[in-house]
Design a protein around this ligand. Sequence first.
Ligand SMILES: [Zn+2]
Length: 343
Amino acid sequence: MLDPRAFIHALPKVELHVHLVGSAGVDTVLTLARRHPEAGVPADRAALERFFVFRDFDHFLKVYWAVQSMLKDRNDIRTLVTGLAAELARQNVRYAEVTVTPYNHLLDGLPGDELLTGLVEGRAVAKAEHGVELAWCFDIPGEKGVRAGRETAVFALRERPDGLVSFGLGGPEIGVGRAQFEPFFTAAREAGLHSVPHAGETSGPATIWSAVHDLGAERIGHGTSCATDPALLAYLAEHRVPLEVCPTSNVRTRQVPSIAAHPVRRMLDHGLVVTLNTDDPPMFGATLEGEYLEVATTLGLRAAEVAALARNAVEASFLGEAAKAELLAEIDLVTLEAHAETS
Ligand SMILES: [Zn+2]
């Protein structure tokens, strides 16, 4: 491959698994920290950068909840969304489906209409100023149980903001069965939202089977543990159920020891629709370009194989057909140009 960094940058990219709160970078958090000094988050750049360095999962949670605690009104949400859009544009990411957890915001005292207005305004700025199209996934914080499931579904279906395309389920998996959320996923799917639960990140393949059978999953968030179940690998390949793979996140949370040991190789070998994503990028020290580069160099992928990952993300997205075709054509063009330069 020509310079892999340049090639990966040139590919128009799609991000399918990124949490809004977890997407906050240092610049965004600096703005929020200065706006909300009472939160006690460092408002000095050097101190904040130190606070942001990943240490372990508990510290990650501390950073995550510190950011969450500063989201008080529409301006804060808009700051978060536009900060994400600027970062996506910098990496030539054209479209992202961003996970928002309304239940947690409402619980923290952010009024629902402030959340929605911030999302709408931020999304408009993302498009107009950064050329990035954003869509939303509203997800259930699974650890908060069926009440959170019900309230998330009611909020999503009642408010139905522009750009809301899917319904998800996050949080811990062990002890949080997927099936209990079946009625809320059924309601969301009947209303036309796509089903994209997390499954098989921190638990075994049974959770992925449950996500498919009980929640009608159209894509799987993570799905890492599918690699241990040959029947599941075959099922996911046959039905072309895409996986939102987040390699750095999996290493950070110690679900896998290293990128080299990540089951992404096995998933690709079994013909699965693998997409690369970042989960909570600045908090895990990840970028989408970095994920492509790490996987490409570790697995020794050729340009066409890297391009195939970018194509998978476009095809697995909930973009309209015309927008998909446009991005796919551009990916092909960039790949052809890369071949022309190397031959
Ligand atoms: Zn996630």
